[in-house]
Structures are given as structure tokens and as C-alpha cells.
Design a protein around this ligand. Sequence first.
Ligand code: NCD
Length: 305
Amino acid sequence: MKKRSVISILDLTVEELDQLIATANDIIANPKKYSEKCRGQKLATLFFEPSTRTRLSFEAAMYELGGSVLGFSEAQSSSAAKGESVADTARTVSCYADIIAMRHPKEGAPLVASMAASIPVINAGDGGHNHPTQTLTDLLTIQREKGRLDNMTIGLCGDLKFGRTVHSLIEAMSRYPGIKFVLISPEELKVPSYIKEDLKAEGIPYVQTTDLEAVMPELDILYMTRVQRERFFNEEDYLRLKDSYILTPDKLKTAKSDLAILHPLPRVNEIAVAVDDDPRACYFRQVLNGKFIRMALILKLLEVE
Ligand code: NCD
């Protein structure tokens, strides 16, 4: 079998993204149809960094497909603690499982793993770089909430420098027509220049601002993010920047009535709990979508009919 890994969202064509979304929607409508599809197959979750949603949704996804799961949830309980390389770990796990989901604090680690593994590797988040399966979750959520993935203004707010979900989401949404990005962050946490270079090269409109309230009325999507404490070099900077944006019901007064508010979670302080009851708050529906789209991705990479 020719193995196919997903390290970046750009490893999937737009047609494949649309197919995955269609499969996820079919799983939501007909879950029983899928309950035995991966019987006898194993997913290994290799998590060298903390996670709640990503790891558990991968595991729930494999169980709901009738498969089983093995793995570890922290580097300390694996041979990485003894100094084993990511490549050797990936090669070893290829002997036990059929597919790997890997999260690692170092950018590029899942790519290295995919080169050593003989089974598909899915990047479940690599440092401040990419997080393609969160982006699949976000795409399914936007499609289900708005009925489309094109022609909209997307505000991304918070830590746009270290937020890997932001980087992958910009790369994905850039491929649909009529998209405009509004990048809302403190000066120190702006989107990395390599991403802005790509937007410029492709002629995709974007603006950068520090002022969330000023741009609120124009947004169709508001993607809030947490300030990524674990990527900061000093605690003082984190403390100064962590509460740069706090979304409250008051700040939503000027927003569109059909705005969709997304957040990859975990939330720290950036969305007040009082916003959760607003029908425009989609972040807990987004969590559920994450399981279904990961089911679709596992089926695709294992080439299950
Ligand atoms: C995100 C991540 O790990 O990058 N969480 C997630 O996977 N849902 C966002 C974050 O940790 O802030």
C-alpha cells in the first residue's frame, strides 16, 4: 500500500478537503454505516505535548470506526525520555499500528516521523507551526455554520505568531475564492512574515490591526485564540500580553447577526463565559465536528471504502 501522510493542510487538495467534509457530513447523518469500517486496525497516538481535544477526538474517532487505539500522552512516558529519536520511535510504532497521529513541541517532528514510518502519519500539531486536523475541524464547522467556504471576511484574533491553528487555517481558506483576512493581534504577536508573503504573492486581501472592536461589524467569522504561553521565552511578556483581547457580550453588540465565533480551545481568558449562550458561539459545536472530520481523515488515509 502506498502510504499517504498529512503534515500540512496543503498536503490535501481542495477537492480532497471538500470530499473529507462531505464524508464527515455523511458520518454525522449515518453513524451506524461507519461503525465497523476500521475493525482490526490500530491508531497510535504519540503525544509529546499536552492535549485534551485533539488526542481524545482522534481516539474517539478510531473507536467509532470499530478500530482500536494505543499510544502515550506525554514524552516522559515514552522512550523519548531515554533519548530516542522521533525517527526511531516512528519506525518502531510502524510495527504495532496502522496509522499514527503525532503531536510534538518541535516544528517539523511529524514530518521527520513520516519519513521514517512505513504507515501514514498525521500531524496533530507541531510547535508553533501547523495543525492541519484542527483546520479540517474549522473548515467543517464553517461549512456547517455558514453553508459555504467562500466569499467571507475572516477575523483571526489573539496570538497569530505562535498559534499554529491560525497558520494552517489561513493556508486552507486562502484557497477558496472571495476570502478576506482581518488579522487582529498585538504588535508582538503578528502573523509570521512567511504567511503574509504567501498572501501577497497570491493577491489575497488582508489587513492587520490591533483593534478588535473597530473591525467587528465587518466580520463573518471571528476566530479567537489563546496566547500560547508555552512558546514564550519569558513569563513577563506572556503576562503583559495574555489579556490583550477578551471577547464579551458587550463587544459583540456591533457584530453581524450571523457571525460565527470559533475557537480551537482550550480557552483561557479570551472569551468570557457569558458569550457561550450566544447562538453565534460555535466553539463547542466545533469540538464535536473535530471527531467526525478525523473519522473521515482516518478512513481516507487507511484507504477504507
Ligand atoms: C490548539 C493547539 O493545540 O494548537 N488546541 C487544539 O488542538 N484544539 C490551540 C491551543 O492550544 O491554543
